[in-house]
Design a protein around this ligand. Sequence first.
Ligand SMILES: C[S@@+](CC[C@H](N)C(=O)[O-])C[C@H]1O[C@@H](n2cnc3c(N)ncnc32)[C@H](O)[C@@H]1O
Length: 312
Amino acid sequence: MLLSSNGSRERTWTILEILQWTTGHLTEQGIETARLDAEVLLAHSLGMSRLDLYLNYEKPLLPEERAAFREYVKQRAGERIPVSLLIGEREFWSLDFKVTRDVLTPRPETELLVSSALDHMSDENRCYSVLDIGTGSGAIALSIATERPQAQVVATDVSAPALKVARENADQLQLNGRVRFEEGSLFDAVPGERFDLVISNPPYVAGAERSTLARELEHEPELALFAGEDGYAVLRPLIAGVGSALNDGGLFLVELDPRQAEPVASWCKEVGLTDIRILHDLAGQARAVSARKGSSSPNESSGKEQKQEPSS
Ligand SMILES: C[S@@+](CC[C@H](N)C(=O)[O-])C[C@H]1O[C@@H](n2cnc3c(N)ncnc32)[C@H](O)[C@@H]1O
């Protein structure tokens, strides 16, 4: 027991007890990731790692520590603010990204896009040119730049505030100068340029589905989520223009909603891209489409003239 400021006796809570209580509370509020959220918020408010929490289960919390944590829990449960926004960061590709309300919090499923990109950039010494359209926090571009130090990466976004966050992340990850940031819509940001890889996680949620979405999404930028009433307002012009932005043998990789995979794959075929594949996540969900310009991989095309296949 501790004496509170008004002299009354307060119950002492250990780390384990408060985690158990908060997990129950968040679960009652319908939050599926209750235990994880409780751990991340408590670790953040105590300035500890999650591992430190496990090592200090019996440690009692000071009243001021509990008060700070209680505030986070209130915002998580009541206003449905995502944990990433409460603590201002999110791990992606084992790197720490700053996140604010100006950017989409990077999602684990987007790591599929990064790993597919790296598979295609298998020659670690080659200077692949990469364009990340709609970079948001910079998650994709900065992960690729980390893994492929020789790559020339350009990251674009139509949102100036998002680009500011991406630049800050580049600084924080000491990748400043390794990635060029350009503001503009789709290919307008890089007129006339061509790349070995064009990668994008564009907005693809249908406006018509707005009322069915998790409340957490209300705290993320409209521009990052919604793409017209049918969800294709950005995907359509992206696919229409990507052929002109790719080098021969270059690869296009795009994330999408599982229901969009088939139509997007067939549009890629219509614009003359080849080797079209639907990529699935570990749960078997279609999460991305990859397609190539011409018939060979960027590794094979290095320094060679490529014959382009006729559009189908
Ligand atoms: C789904 S978020 C992806 C953010 C980040 N790449 C990621 O995977 O976490 C989509 C991003 O595309 C940007 N965006 C929306 N429309 C765009 C357009 N027409 N041209 C370029 N970027 C656009 C948004 O501002 C947002 O940052």
